[in-house]
Design a protein around this ligand. Structure first.
Ligand code: TA6
Length: 275
């Protein structure tokens, strides 16, 4: 946790039994989740922790659009929505024998960049053995509103070339290749740039090293999972990522990317649980 010591954004630490997480109010961004002292998440040593830019690593919240899924993205170039680079406020905190949780909401949700009427809340919950992040969206308007979003988690991997992702199969959209259709490899290894949208409802994925499960990632309310590693060329173009750090991370993102619209008056919950 030492590399958060230079942070000027407000950070909170939550603990519950053997679980501990560090959360930034800037972006409602989880920076660290440790279970029994073992870190599950990756944050770049070069991440900006001063509120001037979104944070490279941890769990960015992408909302109300994911990535480039905005009809006007070429004009405004504002990837991954409106909430990862603003301060969130604390709405509630709960501590029981079973859970420690905090509920946050973004201070600004209306923007000229998206139809008016959506609101969001993030509930971060620690149990003795898990961290859950639930992104609640509500449509307060009287018309349906398009919504895409993601919990863009960066997982720590001691050596990404030595892990296997388990739980994914079937075709994917290859964003590293102009959205061409690819087929999920088996075994699912990472040895080059990967930027894939898997249109799947699968509820559980795992990161394994040899046959041992390092991290289990559970998904709810999604229509897709995104797997990302920028590899050498793309990561060296990122000012907030150090040269060899692509070897220490993989993103597995719980996402809504397949053309969902939230009906008037309705709510949606996108949730990721990490164990
Ligand atoms: O989720 C994958 C992705 O959309 C990639 O295309 C890649 O650009 C990544 O997210 C990081 O985006 P960022 O805007 O945080 O640099």
């Amino acid at each position: 946790m030492t590399h958060f010591s230079n942070a000027t954004i407000p950070l909170l630490t939550l603990t519950h039994g053997n679980s501990q997480c560090v959360l930034s109010l800037f972006g409602a961004h989880v920076l660290s989740y440790q279970h029994n002292g073992k870190e599950k998440l990756f944050v770049s040593k070069k991440a900006h922790l001063d509120g001037t830019r979104p944070i490279r690593g941890g769990i960015p919240v992408c909302w109300p659009w994911f990535g480039q899924l905005h009809p006007d993205i070429a004009q405004h170039k504002h990837a991954h929505g409106l909430v990862r680079n603003q301060l969130w406020q604390i709405d509630a905190q709960v501590k029981t024998d079973q859970v420690t949780s905090i509920t946050l909401s973004p201070t600004v949700t209306s923007s000229l960049l998206w139809p008016e009427g959506l609101s969001a809340q993030l509930v971060v919950t620690l149990t003795a053995d898990t961290l859950s992040i639930a992104l609640h969206s509500h449509n307060n308007s009287d018309a349906s509103i398009p919504l895409s979003c993601a919990l863009h988690s960066y997982f720590a991997a001691p050596d990404v070339t030595n892990i296997q992702l388990v739980g994914l199969s079937g075709p994917y959209f290859d964003n590293a290749n102009n959205g061409a259709i690819g087929h999920t490899p088996s075994p699912y290894l990472i040895s080059a740039e990967v930027d894939r949208i898997h249109p799947t409802h699968v509820a559980q994925t795992q990161i394994k090293q040899t046959s041992q499960t390092m991290t289990t990632v559970m998904h709810q309310g999604h229509d897709s999972l995104v797997v990302w590693n920028p590899w050498i060329e793309k990561s060296s173009a990122l000012a907030d990522m150090a040269v060899t750090e692509y070897l220490s991370m993989v993103c597995i993102e719980t996402a809504l990317t397949q053309g969902f619209s939230l009906p008037a008056g309705q709510s949606h919950v996108l949730e990721q649980t990490i164990a």
